[in-house]
Ligand binder design. Structure first.
Ligand SMILES: O=c1ccn([C@@H]2O[C@H](COP(=O)(O)OP(=O)(O)O[C@H]3O[C@H](CO)[C@@H](O)[C@H](O)[C@H]3O)[C@@H](O)[C@H]2O)c(=O)[nH]1
Ligand SMILES: [Mn+2]
Length: 734
């Protein structure tokens, strides 16, 4: 190694390619949109004409779409890619690597089974990193002794799993996912023997955990094995209990060794105190309790935050992240490093559009280019200080040396357990800045977005790193309702941020660049999208029924901008989707989910925010289910859309689908009776729009009328939507 290498950076940044075709697309679409506006303004129906109001509504909707499109272009304008050099990091800093604290959050042993949670925990315990410098914390908002039991089992299994991972260079290091796909090694019989015995050990452990989980309580003989179980004697229920803090593996204890005599990472279980009269602030509250407790136990300067279903898929990720924090030139500016969310359970053509591929491959690199990605809740490495409210200053440059000398008080695990409990109590945060300036922010179902924004406003840079190998794999929702509920939470929280003092356009003024503030907006404005979309999918169709034309004739030149924008815009979206690794069918599914989300999730999110402004409700955090009944998951595999629940969201979706079907039939009748050609008929575009909506809604009609399985639309929804759609059509008609 030459001397020069010392000056090479630990990471590089390169602009993305193929910018010219993109800019051409953006510009030409913009021209097309302008022409549409010219048409809308020139041909406003006169005062006495029917349809003047409908026309104005079209104009306003299109204005909104244009505005929205414009900010999505800002995100896409100059994306960047990052590259990290782990080998340089090891050469320079192997002896001086900082401590890493890993926080895993879980909240419910039924929705998030303990066997799943410990796979995530094991995958991060097995990171390729000095174990003395690794501490893994589990926050259990479900306060479940079942989860605690699984953690005990995991701590025992770790003693074989960790050395096994190193020996066999196992990837991924979640045992469940490794053994699901890995083949037994051939050749060396000793190795093969080793391999099968570890596999057997894992399977036995999993069986024990699942048996106890199914039983729903801890058998007496197991309770005797660990003093920690006695804590549950005092637990009234999951919403009313004392703090339970158990240091399951104390990494500083010289006796805490794996099978090969190597040290083990510290492993901690925490169920923070909950009392009915105190708001627990969901995941943000859990994270803040962990930040405080960990500061006494290990105090790692870097914190990785993971959802319990998001296991590590690459044992090198910690080192990747450190390349950004430890770069001599720019590292001191970095507040957090966000990794992409990818999912292991996406169906072949991504039925519910859960993969988030375009967000991960287009939006986040774009946001990074504009000044730094959002913090999206999981798979993010934070600098402890930046998360805890410190403002960025040039002096942070000295941190590197300090990091290595961070000390925590030397005390035994049981002393720590006692003294740290208070940090996770309900009253600890009273009259402090926790949840406001310190730690994750409270009062919003998207704690991640507002927290990341606050970190950026304190002057820190954030980094997005999307490596070749997927760094983390999570679970995406597997039913339509779950998908819609998840998006309701996101869009609701995002819009709440937009309406609050935290609106980046205001709070980021003079703190972060304008283009970064603007690139928050497409997300924050998800919810209000519902208005323009609902208008566009209902009014032109109803006007068709009534006989009010809203688009130019095919024979008129004004049809060109409409057709051009429609085709080019969708072609671009298709291209982007395929480029991000999707299929054509997947793109088509995405269009459908896009419609469903906008008309149901965003609609409810919008109105809940209005109600909240009026002080009538408070926004909550609905947890996404990670398990499904076997017939439900079977339908998911087969990509059959799952309705099967009587939700008002489905009523809206079904009503709109039926409305368009009725209008399509009515519209066709009109065309046939009018005896005009398609060419000179003023309704052709309206019929096409209506037809498109009918085609995209085909699975809804199937669910309403044709299917017999349990995932069909409930009859109550069918009746209600028939009634509403019929009523709307009758009103339009007469
Ligand atoms: O009171 C709560 C509620 C949730 N969680 C945990 O929060 C995580 C995310 O919950 P999930 O239901 O899986 O939500 P998702 O929509 O999948 O989560 C995305 O969106 C959230 C914000 O809405 C972020 O917090 C997440 O990190 C991000 O992955 C899970 O580990 C939960 O255990 C808690 O710890 N306490
Ligand atoms: Mn999740």
């Amino acid at each position: 190694m030459g001397n020069n290498d010392e000056h090479l950076p630990l990471f590089t940044t390169t602009p993305a390619k193929a910018r010219i075709p993109f800019k051409f697309y953006a510009l030409s679409t913009f021209v097309g949109i302008c022409l549409i506006f010219v048409y809308r303004l020139r041909y406003i129906p006169a005062k006495e004409e029917a349809g003047r109001w409908a026309w104005m509504g079209m104009f306003l909707s299109e204005l909104w779409f244009c505005l929205y499109w414009f900010i999505t272009m800002i995100i896409r304008w100059n994306p960047i890619n990052r590259c990290a050099f782990k080998d340089r990091l090891s050469l320079r800093y192997e002896k001086a690597l900082p401590g890493i604290d890993i926080f895993v959050c879980t909240a419910d042993p039924v929705i998030e089974p303990p066997a799943l949670v410990i796979n995530t925990v094991l995958s991060v315990m097995a990171y390729d990193y000095p174990p003395q410098k690794l501490a893994v914390y589990l926050s259990d908002d479900g306060c479940s002794d079942l989860t605690f039991y699984a953690m005990l089992e995991a701590s025992r299994f770790a003693k074989t799993w960790l050395p096994f991972c190193k020996k066999f260079k196992v990837e991924p290091r979640s045992p469940e996912d490794y053994f699901l796909t890995a083949a037994e090694p051939q050749g060396d019989p000793v190795m093969a023997n080793d391999w099968s015995s570890v596999k057997k050990a894992y399977e036995n452990m999993k069986q024990r955990i699942e048996r106890v989980t199914k039983l729903g309580q801890i058998p007496e003989e197991i309770r005797k094995e660990h003093k920690g179980f006695s804590e549950w004697n005092l637990v009234a229920n999951r919403r009313d209990h004392q703090t339970i803090l158990q240091i399951i593996i104390d990494g500083k204890d010289p006796a805490a060794l794996d099978m090969e005599g190597q040290s083990l990472p510290t492993l901690v279980y925490l169920a923070r105190e909950k009392r009915p009269q105190y708001h627990h602030n969901f995941k943000a509250g859990a994270m803040n309790a962990l930040i405080r407790v960990s500061s006494r136990i290990s105090n790692g300067p870097i914190i990785l935050n993971l959802d319990c279903d998001m296991y590590s898929n690459d044992s090198g990720t910690v080192r990747d992240a450190l390349c950004f924090f430890m770069d001599e030139e720019k590292g001191h500016q970095v507040g957090y490093v966000q990794f992409p969310h990818t999912f292991e359970n996406i169906s072949k053509n991504d039925l519910y559009s859960g993969s988030l591929n375009v967000i991960m491959k287009v939006d986040l690199p774009g946001q990074d280019g504009n000044g730094g990605p959002y913090y999206i809740g999981s798979a993010c490495f934070h600098r402890r200080e930046s998360l805890c409210g410190k403002k960025y200053s040039e002096e942070c440059k000295t941190d590197l040396k300090v990091w290595n000398d961070i000390k925590v008080a030397e005390s035994t695990a049981s002393v720590l357990e006692d003294t740290c409990k208070i940090l996770a109590s309900c009253t600890y945060e009273e009259k402090t800045l926790w949840g406001k300036e310190v730690g994750l922010k409270y009062g919003c179902p998207v704690e991640d977005i507002i927290t990341g924004l606050a970190v950026q406003c304190r002057g820190w840079r954030s980094i997005y790193f999307n490596p070749e190998r997927k760094p983390f794999l999570g679970l995406a929702p597997t039913t339509l309702l779950q998908t819609l509920v998840q998006h309701k939470r996101w869009s609701e929280g995002d819009f709440q941020v937009f309406l609050s003092r935290n609106n980046p356009l205001v709070s980021g003024y003079k703190k972060i660049p304008l283009k970064l503030r603007l690139s928050y907006c497409p997300y924050l404005l998800w919810a209000p999208n519902c208005l323009a979309t609902l208008y566009y999918v209902a009014v032109p169709s109803l006007c068709l029924l009534r006989g009010i034309p809203l688009f130019p004739k095919i024979s008129s030149a004004w049809v060109l901008p409409f057709v051009f924008v429609m085709i080019v815009h969708r072609a671009y979206s298709l291209g982007e989707f395929i480029w991000c690794g999707g299929t054509f069918q997947g793109w088509w599914n995405e269009q459908r989910i896009w419609l469903f989300k906008r008309t149901s999730s965003y609609f409810f999110a919008f109105f809940d925010n209005v109600l909240k402004l009026l002080g009538l409700t408070d926004l909550a955090f609905a947890i996404t289910e990670k398990v499904a009944e076997s017939d439900v998951s079977q339908r998911y595999e087969q990509e059959i859309m799952e309705f099967g629940a009587s939700s008002p969201m489905f009523t809206i979706i079904a009503t709109l689908a039926l409305l368009n079907a009725f209008c399509f039939v009515g519209g066709m009748k009109r065309v046939v009776m009018d005896m005009q050609t398609w060419f000179s008929n003023p309704f052709t575009l309206q019929i096409l729009l209506c037809a498109l909506l009918v085609i995209i809604n085909l699975p809804v009609y199937q669910g309403l009328f044709l299917r017999k399985d349990k995932g069909r639309m409930p009859t109550s929804v069918t009746y209600r939507s028939l009634m509403f759609a019929g009523l709307a059509c009758a009103l339009a008609r007469y």
